[in-house]
Ligand binder design. Structure first.
Ligand code: SAH
Ligand code: SF4
Length: 410
C-alpha cells in the first residue's frame, strides 16, 4: 500500500513538507531516552523519586556498557522491577534486514523502521561502518529520505520523509556494536577488523547517512547527547561530526546544544551553481552560510569546520573553482573534504577524473589545506579504484571510496 503522504514535490521547491509521523509501538524501547526521560519512565512504574537516579545509573550501565537486549539479564536490578520493565518497555534496536560486508572491513546495514500506517511498507535506512587504521567511523542516518533534494544525491529523490526518533538514531550505534560483537564477552564476526590494543570498534560518528540532521534537530541532539555520555557509549563530541547542507538557523543552535564538530556540504563556490546542486541555497545563500560558520562556537585551528565538496566532472571541478574555494574559506579555520561522486542509476552527473581530483587537491593542498585524497590512505584508495571489485564485494569500489572520503573528518 502506498501512503497518501507521498505527494509529488512541486517544481522548484526547496523543502519537502510531507513529514510522516512516528507512531510509537505499544511497548516502546528504552534505547535513546535521556537520563531524565528514563527516570520519568521509572516513575510510571512506581519507582520512588529518591531511588530513580540510582536505578537510572544501573539501567544506563546495563544498556550502554553491557549492551544487554533483555531485562532479565540485568542481574543487579530487582526481579520485580525487571518484570515491571518487561511489561511496559523493550530494549529493541532497529531491525537489520540486510548486511553487506566488504573485504576491507566496510559494513553496510539496511535497517527497517516502522511506518505510520498499519500494513504500509516499512521504511528503510542505511548505516555504514568504515574501519581504518587507528579509527573506525559509523555513518548514521537521521531521516527516512530527506527534507531536501540536492540534485546529485540519491536520498534527495525519495519523496517520503520521516524523522528518525532519538532511539532510532542511538539504535544504529547499538546495532553496529551488536553486529560487531562489541560488548563485554561478545565475539566479533568473521572478517571483522578487531581493534588492536583493546581499542574500540566504533571510535567516530558522522551524521552523513540519509537525511538532513538539522531538520530533525531535537532527536539528533538528544541522540548525540546519549552517545557522548561518558558513563555509556562515551564517544566524545570531538569525534562526532554533524554534516549539514546549510540549515543556517540551526547551525548556531547545534553548536550551543550539541557541541559536536561541524561539516558543511558546500559543493559549489557560486550561488548560481549551488542553487542547482543544493537548492536550499536559494533560502540560505553562500555568503549567509559562511557568515554563520565564522561564528560557530569553539572554532580554532585545532577545531575546524569540514567543508565537503563532491567532485562532479565538468561541473564544479575546475582549477578556477579550487581557487575560488580557497578564497571563499579564507579566515575560517577549515578542512576541505573532497568526496568522489558516487553515481546512482539515473543520476545526471559523473565523478571527476582522478587526474582532475588530484590537480584540484594539489591546489588546495598548496593553499594550506590537506585533503583525504592526498593522504597516503587516500592515495591507496585512488590507486585501487576499479581494482578492488570482486564478486564477493557487494559495495562498489566507488561507494566505498566516497564513504571513506566522507569519514575522514579529522
Ligand atoms: N544531509 C546532510 C548529511 C547527509 S549527506 C548533508 O547534505 O550534509 C552526507 C554527505 O554526502 C554530504 O556532503 C552530501 O552532499 C554527500 N553526498 C550525497 N550524495 C552523494 C553522492 N552520490 N556522492 C558523493 N557524495 C554524496
Ligand atoms: Fe538531503 Fe544531504 Fe542528500 Fe541533500 S545531500 S538531499 S541534504 S541527504
Amino acid at each position: 500500500m502506498t501512503t497518501v503522504l507521498e505527494t509529488a514535490a512541486p517544481r522548484g521547491f526547496v523543502e519537502k513538507t510531507a513529514l510522516e509521523r512516528y507512531v510509537p509501538p505499544a511497548k516502546p524501547s528504552l534505547i535513546g531516552l535521556s537520563r531524565a526521560a528514563l527516570a520519568e519512565a521509572l516513575g510510571t512504574l512506581g519507582v520512588p523519586d529518591k531511588q530513580r537516579k540510582m536505578r537510572v545509573q544501573q539501567l544506563w550501565n546495563w544498556i550502554y556498557i553491557r549492551g544487554v537486549t533483555r531485562f532479565d539479564e540485568m542481574s543487579s536490578v530487582s526481579k520485580d522491577l525487571r518484570s515491571a520493565l518487561e511489561g511496559r518497555f523493550t530494549l529493541d534496536r532497529p531491525e537489520v534486514v540486510a548486511e553487506q560486508v566488504s573485504a576491507d572491513g566496510t559494513r553496510k546495514w539496511l535497517l527497517r523502521l516502522p511506518g505510520e500506517h498499519q500494513g504500509e511498507r516499512p521504511h528503510e535506512v542505511e548505516c555504514v561502518y568504515i574501519p581504518e587504521a587507528g579509527r573506525a567511523t559509523l555513518c548514521v542516518s537521521s531521516q527516512v529520505g530527506c527534507t531536501l533534494n540536492c540534485s546529485f544525491c540519491h536520498t534527495g529523490t525519495q519523496r517520503l520523509v520521516r524523522n528518525l526518533t532519538a532511539g532510532e538514531i542511538v539504535g544504529q550505534v547499538m546495532v553496529a556494536r551488536d553486529r560487531l560483537g562489541d560488548w563485554p564477552g561478545g565475539a566479533p564476526p568473521e572478517g571483522a577488523i578487531v581493534p588492536t590494543d583493546g581499542g574500540r570498534f566504533v571510535t567516530n560518528i558522522v551524521m552523513m547517512g540519509m537525511g538532513e540532521p538539522l531538520y530533525n534537530f531535537e532527536a539528533v541532539r538528544d541522540a548525540l547527547l546519549v552517545v557522548q555520555d561518558g558513563d555509556g557509549i562515551g564517544i566524545s563530541k570531538r569525534r562526532i561530526t554533524l554534516s549539514t547542507s546549510g540549515v543556517v538557523p540551526n547551525i548556531a543552535r547545534a553548536g550551543a546544544e550539541i557541541g559536536t564538530m561541524l561539516a558543511i556540504s558546500l559543493h559549489a563556490v557560486n550561488d548560481e551553481l549551488r542553487n542547482e546542486l543544493v537548492p536550499l541555497n536559494r533560502k540560505y545563500p553562500i555568503a549567509t552560510l559562511l557568515e554563520t560558520c565564522r561564528s560557530y562556537p569553539g572554532l580554532s585551528n585545532a577545531r575546524r569546520i569540514t567543508f565537503e565538496y563532491v567532485m562532479l566532472k565538468g561541473v564544479n571541478d575546475s582549477l578556477d573553482d579550487a581557487k575560488k574555494l580557497v578564497k571563499l574559506l579564507k579566515g575560517i579555520p577549515a578542512k576541505i573534504n573532497l568526496i568522489p561522486f558516487n553515481p546512482w542509476p539515473g543520476s545526471r552527473y559523473e565523478c571527476s577524473d582522478w587526474e582532475q581530483i588530484e590537480k584540484f587537491s594539489e591546489y588546495i593542498f598548496n593553499a594550506g589545506y590537506s585533503s583525504p585524497v592526498r593522504t597516503p590512505r587516500g592515495r591507496d584508495i585512488l590507486a585501487a579504484c576499479g581494482q578492488l571489485k570482486s564478486a564477493t564485494e557487494k559495495l562498489s569500489a566507488r561507494e566505498r571510496m566516497a564513504l571513506r572520503a566522507m569519514a575522514m573528518t579529522d
